[in-house]
Design a protein around this ligand. Sequence first.
Ligand code: FES
Length: 164
Amino acid sequence: MKTTLTVNGTQHEVGHDPRRTLLDTLRDDLGLTGTKKGCDHGQCGACTVLLNGERVNSCLCLTAMHDGDEITTIEGIGAPERLSALQRAFVERDGFQCGYCTPGQIMSATAMLKEIAEGSPSYVSDDLDAPKLSDGEMAERMSGNLCRCSAYPLIREAIAMAAE
Ligand code: FES
């Protein structure tokens, strides 16, 4: 028995091991090593991918439960010769130090900007006149993505730049 996934627009059939995580399938079976393994316990966000457009920690997803689903990884967001606006902003604002968390940060920020564009309600303010995406709100919405180098201010600057 196989599990069918569409990853970055390409359909793949992968093994149906009920214990295999989506993170291991992406990295080890499909060679998409842009998605990083940090804690492997849903704590750090390094493994963030989009699952049917929503951000998830792929280390917490069992591949066998996602037959027919669409996955987007960092490889599907852009490439060195065609960076997304968010990726360009991370480069321009130095939104990283060691870079290990960067793919997860970018996947999460990509989803966050889409949530906001679609009118997702504010987590931290009921004030309708408040700026659309304050620094505090951005910190809250990105709190699932840890950066061991603590480059948070530059990460938020990059996201704010891309959001303009
Ligand atoms: Fe998945 Fe840390 S590796 S949250």
